[in-house]
Design a protein around this ligand. Structure first.
Ligand code: ZN
Length: 220
């Protein structure tokens, strides 16, 4: 196994332990993946396997054409969703899909299709407002397509009645994006009963968006 493949696998296992430890997933829900640096490959968690038992040997390796090249277990049911995002965004090298409670709640409000970036953390760390991909059953090609179309140039995307996806140029950034999404949605839900989110000035949003793109390594 190459050092880069080994590193990608270790990062995926590390992220699994973190999201299960911080309550972002229930049971075996959620999934994590990482690109193998410099190769046309990504590592993804297996389907329905407990995070507490997850080890490097349990992961699945696939190429970006969608062929499984290594692994004894079945890949996550959201395999196509991860692959679609890597194909859509060449700056994204790691993806964390969680079912964190505030993000899921914010993504489940009737009539709301965009969650505003509430504060400067959302502006600098996520690229501002975040789309909510329309509902489709978990694991369906429709959900994978909705996620691909809705992520645009942001640090993640929400999935209606389902959860969130945080992305980054490495695993730490994808984990941070997931934390930032959850924090932003928690603040949004606390503002909702008392008013609406104050809009940040246009020139600041342009400035922060440029910083976000520079830091994330976005070329799109
Ligand atoms: Zn899910």
């Amino acid at each position: 196994m190459s050092d880069k493949l080994k590193f990608a696998k270790e990062e995926v296992v590390r992220a699994c332990k973190i999201i299960s430890g911080n309550g972002f997933v229930l049971g075996t829900a959620g999934n994590v993946s990482a690109i193998v640096e410099g190769e046309n490959l990504f590592v993804i968690t297996p389907s329905s396997y407990p995070y507490s038992q997850m080890e490097v040997k349990d992961l699945v390796v696939a190429d970006l054409d969608g062929n499984i090249v290594e692994g004894e277990k079945k890949p996550s049911i959201e395999f196509t969703m991860h692959r679609n995002i890597y194909l859509e965004r060449n700056d994204v090298k790691a993806i964390v899909h969680s079912h964190s409670p505030y993000a899921t709640a914010a993504a489940s409000i009737e009539g709301i299709n965009i969650i505003p970036g509430v504060d400067i953390e959302a502006a600098f760390g996520l690229g501002g407002d975040m789309n909510i991909a329309g509902f489709a059953p978990p694991g369906s090609p429709e959900l994978a397509e909705f996620a691909r179309r809705s992520i645009e140039d942001k640090g993640g995307v929400l999935l209606a009645n389902h959860g969130a996806i945080g992305v980054g140029k490495n695993m730490d950034e994808a984990l941070l994006a997931s934390d930032n999404i959850e924090r932003n949605c928690k603040m949004y839900l606390s503002i909702m009963p008392v008013g609406s989110v104050k809009t940040m000035p246009e020139d600041f949003m342009l400035f922060s968006s440029n910083i976000f793109k520079e830091v994330s390594g976005m070329t799109k």
